[in-house]
Design a protein around this ligand. Sequence first.
Ligand code: BES
Ligand code: MN
Ligand code: ZN
Length: 498
Amino acid sequence: MQYFTTTSGAASRPGHAVIVGVYEKGKLSRGAEDIDSATGGSIRKLLRQGDLCDQLGASRVLRSISGVRAQRIVVVGLGKPGALDVSQFRYALRSAIECLRGSKINDVTNYLTLEDVEDANAYYLARHTVETIGSKLYAFNELKSSKVVGDIPLKRVGIAVANRGDASKAMLGAEHAGAIVRGMDLARDLGNLPPNVCTPSYLASTAQRLAKQHTNLQTRIINEPEIRKLGMRSFLSVTNGSSEPAKLIVMQYKGGGKDKPVVLVGKGITFDSGGISLKPGPDMDEMKFDMCGAASVMAAIAIAAELRLPINVNVVVPTCENLPGNTATRPGDIIRSMSGQTIEILNTDAEGRLILCDALTYSRRFKPHTIIDVATLTGACVIALGHYRTAVMSPSDSLVAKITAAGIAADDRCWHMPMGPEYERLLRSNFADMANVGTREGGAISAACFLGKFTEGLNWAHLDIAGTAYRSGLRKGATGRPVPVLTEFLLRHAGALH
Ligand code: BES
Ligand code: MN
Ligand code: ZN
């Protein structure tokens, strides 16, 4: 997708479509005002006649209006007068774009401006515009044999700006958004691919392909014999029932000289059946999404490489399948992790933490500035927060604050959940240093506490994306989250936003 800025008014902008907004009580956005006055009051007239709707997100397409150069005007309702917050702005924009589905349009210019959006600046307005529109164009039809109709063939997105200074800020925002959308597309493709295609080996070759694409990115794949030599018995205990080989993917982006790296660790379970602690049948297919953490960190490092951020980033992805079988790990088995701590596996379905703990221990060799793991870790997290917020847990409140602030700016929101000794105690075992499960209650937190036993002394945070990485039901599919918040975190770490 390409993007451009324009300082011309909505009525004089040529092209296939412009987007303007109308508020309740007859208030027009600047773009709508411009068109209204160029057309002898057409917008106000249509509003009076009930042909336009001012409710937030209600959109109509007007065609071939004389006095307006663009072929189409999308008029989107903005609700109560007063600035929109970022989520409302994105919601309105999505609905405007949805109106264009199926139309043969190559370009659209957004005329919702800084006046319409609360606390916005030219950079973030452009970034949210391009990211919202870009991610709306995503479709996953590779595996359908007949052509699917109803796509949005947009190629160019225009951003209306007030002046030249804003134009250059907007172009930077658009450029960042373009990279974020490409990263999200990658993460969504990997998530959506079926588990017979997106295997651990497939994730590994994708990481290698990314390293070929970006010369400043390196990938190393560590195979089972070496994983065993490293002592990652906890990781390997999860792959016991599977005939697909497990892989440890290690990626390195060097843009920051001798600086300590940000290390991102992603859960890469390409299918989670639960193992011997088998999951119930309904919706088990959705456990192909259990590698979305891995996909998001691979996307984030690819974005850092594409934008040539002046920082160092490492990615560590332990990836395997969790299947039952006569060689699978049993409930009751005790294994020794790479850290030396022993784990009694009481439930083979709590496998994410078993692969992550060894990946976290492995990551110590990079002497991380910050280490963040990303995982579809617990159903309990979905019960706690639903599908809207990613849970963030860490012993460091200041790291949590950085991540939640980045989530707000990126409109990819997170919520702080606690950790603490009360929860950690739930993991006590009679036979080993710890059990791999606590109680059902507070399950997302005891899972974080389990990981906390392997991150002592590190500046570490854990993101549980079980509720946010994918959608179920009619709109089943990967969302690309939390690529935006990870990218925002890296951009801020790089000081790339002033
Ligand atoms: N991958 C699942 C968590 C999950 C559940 C993600 C639902 C998305 C939607 C994880 O491996 C798992 O099975 N966790 C168990 C842990 C329990 C056995 C302590 C869970 O949440 O039930
Ligand atoms: Mn599981
Ligand atoms: Zn899992």
